[in-house]
Design a protein around this ligand. Structure first.
Ligand code: ADP
Ligand code: MG
Ligand code: MG
Length: 211
């Protein structure tokens, strides 16, 4: 049976911090091609802020851990990704208020709430060359896998795989949201950095599920 607890989420947060540090220069390089070159730095500042508060976070329940991580990201990250990932984490915890054990359907509902929060906040749709190009198709495939009663790890793998694929679809696009909009056709040929970081976040969660 699939059940995750608070320790799982704390471990994910620690791994997200490491993932962001490992990919900091890479994400900023991607952003220097079509933005202002700070996406990796922004993510690093955000997750350093989260890790600075890890002792306090460990005292909270799962829902409040997520909410507080979101508030820290929102407060620390100056760029567009701050409010977007801030909303993602803040809403992640809403479907599991007061719960100590998270079953797979709860986990799915958390991710659904988080991704929808990014869409509501940024108003981007698929094709705008943003993180939504990774996250929306990923969520749709995840939903389908849940409806088909796929095994949890298989369903999650389908979710992450769809995000990777979605991120790649941003390469030939002109941006309709965010800084890359200003480049017009010059954005063509470059992957969206937020679509890449979003996929890396989902991969980090998956790595913790299969540990
Ligand atoms: P900034 O562009 O303000 O410097 P970042 O570089 O940290 O912020 O983040 C850029 C990423 O934010 C983009 O690659 C894109 O995926 C994402 N993004 C920007 N605007 C939006 C939006 N309205 N909706 C969804 N994602 C967005
Ligand atoms: Mg930037
Ligand atoms: Mg910036």
């Amino acid at each position: 049976e699939f059940v995750v607890d608070k320790t799982f989420f704390i471990n994910v947060i620690k791994d997200l911090k490491d993932m962001v540090e490992e990919n900091r220069d890479y994400l900023s390089k991607l952003d220097s091609d079509i933005g202002d070159g700070d996406h990796g730095i922004n993510m690093s500042i955000g997750f350093r802020g989260v890790i600075a508060k890890i002792e306090e976070l460990q005292e909270e329940d799962i829902s409040n851990i997520c909410r507080k991580v979101g508030m820290i990201l929102l407060g620390k990250i100056g760029g567009a990704s701050g409010p977007l990932y801030g909303s993602f984490f803040m809403k992640l915890g809403v479907p599991v208020k007061g719960k100590e054990k998270i079953h797979f359907y709860d986990f799915y509902e958390m991710l659904k709430a988080g991704i929808e929060a990014i869409e509501n906040r940024g108003k981007a749709v698929v094709g705008d060359k943003t993180m939504v190009d990774a996250l929306r198709p990923a969520l749709d495939e995840f939903t389908q896998a849940i409806e088909e009663n796929k095994e949890p790890l298989e369903a999650f793998h389908i979710f992450v795989e769809a995000s990777r694929k979605g991120a790649q679809t941003t390469i030939p696009l002109v941006a309709k949201k965010g800084r890359a909009m200003r480049l017009g056709e010059r954005a063509i040929g470059h992957i969206d950095p937020g679509a890449v970081s979003a996929t890396l976040i989902l991969e980090t969660i998956e790595n913790n599920l299969i540990k």
